[in-house]
Design a protein around this ligand. Structure first.
Ligand code: NAD
Length: 490
């Protein structure tokens, strides 16, 4: 299997993401021999005037906790090379191309090239276009693949422009758009649970499911990212990408085979029946929030680098509908926010009660069946809980809720790769299952744009929620209107 041989080119090699996530992930793949230990090299580029040794020192620092020996760490680092590079200067790509040819010979990487753009998004298109026009792409039988960081555009139009510019150099099947939520174990588990268990898949529809809830809750505020965040907001930062991807996997039909192309087809098909709201519907079905002050905690508008009149949302809740046979009438509620009660991600699938409650013999106090709920805990602990009704032990006959619980073992947890490790490995294998395709991204922007356009033209009543809460009251009202409630409340 020579596909584990590859020459990597990393744009943004001096950056924060590279240090924190990419180098440790590449090292883990190297240790497991998922990257050929002899036949790989990486050229890192950045603005700084570093030497190879400067880059290698950074690598050594970022893998120091996981290296088994100094020799191993040094041997790994010796595969890394640095080029100071201005991404807007075509000449630099020609130098890069020459260097790549040389290293390709030296390491016998067989023409396999993986380009990873880990830079500010305004450079994504420039880099991709130059790779082709300045002949940095491999043309001797190996593969060319592009891994690209988020965000993918800031609305449909800019995403489409970016996609067109990538399209000048790469085909869709060569582009790997990172959404690290797709690399999370429990997100991948959705498909195992659904398509591996007729018990679940047979009730996975509007006849049995009352609603589905997705919560991405953050405990922290904006921290040092305020400059970026204030230009983005929760809708762009979390809903358009991560949340929409999770929703799509929950809503899709079973793929013909468990292959990236088949899975993408079904995800796209599901998204085609996602209801895209008009302005009034968007107002009705989406709630925004911005956190206020509490004790020591300043309100969002007084955070460093946030304008005092900022209308950026730090919280979003929304109701999504799929107009198809499987889901008509079953809402998908989503919410995400900063400064909430705790940091966690969970999916709650809420089932309907029986049409007739035989336990309720006219005595309301005796009955009160719980709603059955299947909860997938994505972060920080990975577990699955199926909440059912059972009998209260002892005399008489009353029911009460009981949980069937699976918690991931310590051993499983240790063997679970970080999302970045898994995703880079998939890209090396050429498996695009856990990456976002253009049509998925495009459809998600169509939905987000309607909401964004509405919010940009109407003045919000901010701040409207307290740090440590689960968001504004309007987010509870959104569900109450349908006779529903958030499963997780304080
Ligand atoms: P960073 O600012 O730390 O690094 C940027 C890199 O780009 C540096 O290596 C810098 O030298 C290089 N660069 C900038 N301008 C250049 C130019 N004109 N020519 C050549 N090189 C230039 O950024 P980061 O935090 O590492 O983020 C990189 C990407 O990853 C971004 O798209 C970001 O949205 C995404 N991302 C980052 C994180 C994170 O935790 N840091 C998480 C998710 C996604």
């Amino acid at each position: 299997a020579t596909e584990t041989r590859a020459l990597f080119m990393l744009f943004g090699a001096t950056g924060d993401l590279a240090k924190r996530k990419l180098y440790p992930s590449i090292f883990n793949l190297y240790k497991k021999n998922y990257i050929d230990q002899k036949h790989f090299a990486l050229i890192g580029t950045g603005r700084r005037k570093w030497s190879d040794q400067d880059l290698r020192n950074v690598i050594l620092e970022s893998i120091k906790d996981s290296a088994e020996s100094e020799d191993q760490a040094n041997e790994f680092a010796s595969h890394f090379y640095y080029m100071s590079h201005d991404v807007t200067n075509p000449e630099h790509y020609r130098a890069l191309s020459d260097y790549a040819d040389k290293l390709e010979d030296k390491y016998a990487t067989e023409g396999n090239r993986i380009f990873y753009i880990s830079m500010a998004p305004n450079f994504f298109g420039t880099v991709a276009e130059n790779l082709k026009s300045q002949n940095v792409l491999s043309d001797n039988g190996g593969f060319n693949r592009l891994i690209i960081e988020k965000p993918f555009g800031r609305d449909y139009q800019t995403a489409e422009e970016l996609n067109n510019s990538l399209g000048k150099s790469f085909n869709e099947d060569q582009v790997y758009r990172i959404d690290h939520y797709l690399g999370k174990e429990m997100v991948q588990n959705i498909q195992a649970l659904r398509f591996g268990n007729p018990l679940l898949e047979s009730v996975w529809n509007n006849k049995f499911i009352k609603n589905i809830q997705i919560t991405l809750s953050e405990k922290l505020g904006v921290e040092e990212r305020a400059g970026y965040y204030d230009n983005s907001g929760a809708l762009r930062d979390m809903v358009q990408n991560h949340i929409m991807q999770i929703v799509t996997i929950l809503a899709m039909e079973e793929p013909v085979a468990f292959k990236d192309t088949d899975i993408r087809n079904e995800k796209i098909r599901a998204l085609r029946s996602l209801r895209i709201y008009d302005k009034d519907e968007a107002r009705e079905n989406f709630v925004r929030g911005q956190y206020g002050a509490k004790g020591e905690q300043r309100d969002y508008r007084h955070e460093d680098d946030v304008p005092a009149d900022s209308n950026t949302e730090t919280y979003v809740a929304g109701k999504l509908m799929f107009d198809n046979q499987r889901w008509a009438g079953t809402p998908f509620y989503v919410r995400t926010g900063k400064m909430l009660a705790d940091k966690f991600t969970r999916i709650d699938v809420v089932f309907k009660k029986p049409l007739i409650d035989v336990f309720d013999a006219g005595d309301k106090d005796k009955s009160g069946l719980d709603l059955d709920v299947l909860t997938l805990f994505v972060d920080p602990v990975q577990k699955v809980i199926l909440h059912l009704n059972g009998k209260v032990p002892g005399q008489g006959f009353t029911t009460k809720g009981m949980d069937l619980t699976h918690v991931q073992s310590d051993e499983d947890r240790q063997n679970t790769p970080e999302p970045y490790e898994r995703l880079i490995h998939d890209a090396i294998k050429g498996d695009a299952t856990s990456f976002a395709s253009w049509q998925e991204v495009a459809r998600a922007w169509k939905l987000a744009d309607v909401v964004r356009n509405l919010w940009d033209t109407e003045k919000p009543d901010f701040p409207n929620y307290t740090p440590g809460s689960m968001g504004p009251k309007a987010a509870d009202d959104l569900l109450a209107r349908d006779g529903n409630k958030w499963v997780f409340t304080l």
